[in-house]
Design a protein. Structure first.
Length: 233
């Protein structure tokens, strides 16, 4: 088990460094080990770890442009987690199912299968929204991420008003988390949400409003850079 954990850690570090092919090699080896342990040795408690390895591989494949292969990985990850949650009653994995749905939605949207992508985002939004209402407040930023993914897909489809509503809700959530609850580590995410809303407004020709969103995002990024807190270059 230590080997597979180190393979996952190494894959993540290689992915962070941009060495995506090498990261995929690590994830492939981890997947082979997890699959053998689950399918041959009956280690069913490792199924969610297998789904995690598949999801990481899928994200790396997305970044390399191998979208069909990425969707295959995300499909298997979603299938595993859906069975664990809906059939085996592993309700503690619902948020991880939602995360797998977001990754699948992104891959589908990038492939141009926008309505299927929106279906994934919608399911993720429903899961996160219910969990947040039930008290899982730590998932609010994940809810915002699902709304943003849906908003981007809606924009490409030309469903502008719906896209704005998604981005408005994502901004509202993230602004409250940053400004009211002091979650300063989410400032970068707030800026991303503002940029996405700016893109929608720009497409509508509402340029002054779009510039307002971009200006606020630039202000956040500038402050993060000046204070050493990161921000996009």
């Amino acid at each position: 088990m230590e080997l597979v954990k180190e393979l996952m850690n190494k894959g993540y570090m290689l992915w962070q460094l941009g060495h995506l092919d090498e990261a995929i090699d690590c994830y492939d080896e981890a997947i082979r080990i997890y699959r053998r342990l689950v399918e041959t040795e009956g280690r069913k408690e490792l199924e969610n770890d297998l789904a995690t390895a598949l999801m990481h591989k899928g994200v790396a494949l997305q970044h390399l442009g191998y979208l069909d292969e990425a969707i295959d990985c995300h499909n298997e990850a979603v299938r595993i987690r859906r069975r664990l949650v809906e059939i085996e009653g592993r309700k503690e994995l619902e948020n991880e199912l939602a995360g797998a749905l977001i990754n699948k939605g992104v891959a589908l949207s990038n492939l141009g299968r926008l309505n299927e992508g929106i279906d994934c985002f919608d399911e993720a939004v429903r899961i996160y929204r219910r969990l947040v209402v039930e008290g899982r407040k730590e998932l609010e930023n994940d809810l915002a991420s699902a709304l943003m993914g849906k908003g981007i897909a809606l924009l490409i489809l030309g469903r502008i008003d719906e896209a704005i509503n998604c981005h408005d809700e994502a901004i509202k959530i993230r602004r409250r988390l940053v400004e009211v609850e002091g979650r300063k580590e989410l400032e970068n995410d707030l800026a991303s949400a503002l940029i996405n809303k700016g893109n929608v407004l720009s497409n509508l020709g509402r340029l002054d409003e779009a510039i307002g969103c971009y200006d606020e995002a630039i202000g956040i990024y500038r402050r993060l850079v000046e204070t050493g807190g990161g921000g996009k270059s």
